[in-house]
Design a protein around this ligand. Structure first.
Ligand code: SF4
Ligand code: SF4
Length: 155
């Protein structure tokens, strides 16, 4: 059995003023493509998309784990308040069970939520993304060992 949070089909909540993913996530099907950690020029101040009805499929299909309700119903964990956007990492390079991306909305957010991240990492592989260039991996020791072996095989 997988240790992933339950993801429901219909978002039980709306993004409200949050637009964290419009900055932290790259959108390849925008013209021109938007890289990770660059604010989208279509993002309205205070949240919302100025081209909502014609937004690209990537945007239309994206739901962070807060939006799905998988993180519980605590409003304070909305990404723009928590500082972390969680979503599913479904193709880990070690071929193991899916994990989670934790994308920092501001640079210190992973440090501010170290306890939460390490609690999750006791069971799940977590890719912590600090910015466009820096990322780290935490998780159960057997998963980290598998990644170390992969890295060693590539060098
Ligand atoms: S990060 Fe989540 S809650 Fe915030 S705008 Fe994106 S999908 Fe909505
Ligand atoms: S097109 Fe709209 S939904 Fe997509 S990243 Fe830009 S502001 Fe966000």
């Amino acid at each position: 059995m997988r240790n992933m949070p339950t993801v429901v089909d219909t978002p039980p909540r709306s993004c409200g003023e949050c637009s964290a993913c419009c900055t932290v996530l790259g959108v390849r099907d925008l013209e021109p493509p938007k890289p990770d950690y660059v604010a989208c020029s279509d993002c309205r101040p205070g949240g919302g998309c100025s081209r909502y009805t014609t937004r690209p499929p990537t945007c239309e299909g994206y739901q962070c784990l807060w939006l799905t309700g998988a993180l519980g119903d605590d409003e304070s964990t909305r990404p723009d308040r928590l500082g972390l956007v969680f979503d599913v990492y479904d193709t880990p390079a070690d071929g193991g069970e899916p994990g989670i991306y934790a994308r920092a909305v501001w640079p210190d957010a992973p440090r501010e939520h170290e306890e939460l991240l390490f609690t999750l990492a006791a069971k799940l592989l977590i890719v912590v993304i600090y910015d466009a260039k820096r990322r780290g991996l935490i998780g159960p020791e057997h998963r980290l060992a598998a990644f170390r072996r992969l890295l060693a095989a590539r060098t």
